[in-house]
Design a protein around this ligand. Structure first.
Ligand SMILES: NC(=O)c1ccc[n+]([C@@H]2O[C@H](COP(=O)([O-])OP(=O)(O)OC[C@H]3O[C@@H](n4cnc5c(N)ncnc54)[C@H](O)[C@@H]3O)[C@@H](O)[C@H]2O)c1
Length: 321
């Protein structure tokens, strides 16, 4: 089998990362990139010695084996529909969309070809270790948090563009909670109703600065999720889990474990996980592996949870997931 020809739709921050990782794989060739900003596509294409295409339709005619969709939340939908209609394997960055309806519509189109969502935390060795430690132990309490700054992209502070901090950022933590503790069935959330300081004068922020949610898992476990985007640094993003006689704190960077008098810390390796998520997708595309941990349907379950929390915070009503 020759090298797999991969196209990128969207040429921003995360696309640059995938392009870097993919161009390090000997069995992949970056076949082209497109972006609604032609200069962004041209820049990324130049960096990797590939072609910039005027739009997704033109890129999809370039004899591709797979496509990465790296657009902001509000731009999902038509792009995935074009990729899936072309019968091509689809890697899509989280969140699946700014809303739930778009993602449900795309999910209904998935048919056979491999799909993967950029929930790379599932490939962290510390997450594997946390799973082993929790095996057979009922979890009693979960406490997730994403406490950070406002990312410097204009779309982020607008609810209809990003979906808000729970959907856009805390989705990683919610995905981990589902993996380690199980499905959430009911949520009740509050937002502070006050936007964070603006990152630029052109952006009229309308997201909450802070959200606090309670979660009920199918197992009976209870939990919380909190978000804040008012800092100037990334303060904490991760999950604390309490089982009988065991306390864990897991994030992209580390796992902290306390079991009675025994206490230890393991380093996370986010870069390895970012490579592994791409490697698993490419292996599936090449029919050379079966380690996609979050296909579209699984990503949709995390997105449903995030959207239920966002909906509850917006309405003040508890929501079933
Ligand atoms: N998994 C991760 O760790 C991770 C890390 C960073 C970003 N992300 C996610 O990736 C997504 C993109 O984030 P980013 O930081 O790269 O944003 P960005 O704004 O830097 O880049 C997005 C790019 O998409 C382009 N674009 C918008 N609409 C388009 C369309 N219809 N067709 C083609 N291009 C289009 C924009 O012009 C922009 O260049 C976000 O949903 C974000 O949450 C995930």
């Amino acid at each position: 089998m020759g090298r797999s020809r991969v196209g990128l739709i969207g040429a921003g921050n995360v696309a640059q990362r995938h392009a870097r990782v993919l161009s390090g794989f000997p069995d992949v060739v970056l076949a082209g990139v497109t972006d609604v900003l032609p200069e962004a596509a041209a820049r990324l294409a130049d960096t990797h010695g590939t072609r910039a295409f005027v739009d997704a339709d033109a890129l999809l005619r370039a004899d591709l084996d797979a496509v990465y969709v790296c657009v902001p939340p509000f731009a999902h939908g038509p792009v995935e529909e074009a990729v899936l209609s072309a019968g091509l394997p689809l890697f899509v960055e989280k969140p699946l969309a700014a809303d739930l309806e778009t993602a449900e519509k795309v999910a209904a189109m998935v048919d056979g070809a491999p799909t993967a969502v950029g929930h790379h935390w599932r490939y962290l060795a510390v997450v594997e270790r946390a799973r082993e430690l929790l095996d057979g132990r009922p979890v009693r309490l979960v406490s997730g948090a994403w406490l950070d700054k406002v990312p410097p992209v204009a779309w982020w502070s607008r609810r209809d563009r990003s979906g808000g901090p729970v959907v856009e950022q805390a989705a990683h933590v919610l995905d981990l909670a589902r993996l380690l503790v199980g499905e959430v069935t009911r949520v009740c959330a509050l937002g502070d109703g006050s936007p964070p300081p603006s990152v630029s004068e052109d952006v009229d922020a309308d997201i909450d600065s802070a959200t606090a949610a309670t979660l009920r898992f199918a197992s009976g476990t209870v939990g919380t999720l909190t978000t804040a985007c008012v800092l100037r640094w990334k303060h904490r993003a991760g999950l604390e889990i309490y089982a009988d006689g065991l306390a864990l704190a897991v994030s992209e960077d580390e796992l902290l474990v306390r079991e009675g008098e025994r206490e230890y810390r393991l380093d996370g390796d986010p870069e390895a996980a970012r490579v592994a998520v791409d490697r698993a997708f490419i292996d599936a595309v090449r029919r050379d592996g079966d380690d996609i941990r979050v296909p579209y349907a699984e990503g949709l379950r995390t997105h449903r949870l995030a959207c239920a929390i966002a909906r509850s915070a917006a309405t003040g009503e508890a929501c079933d997931v």
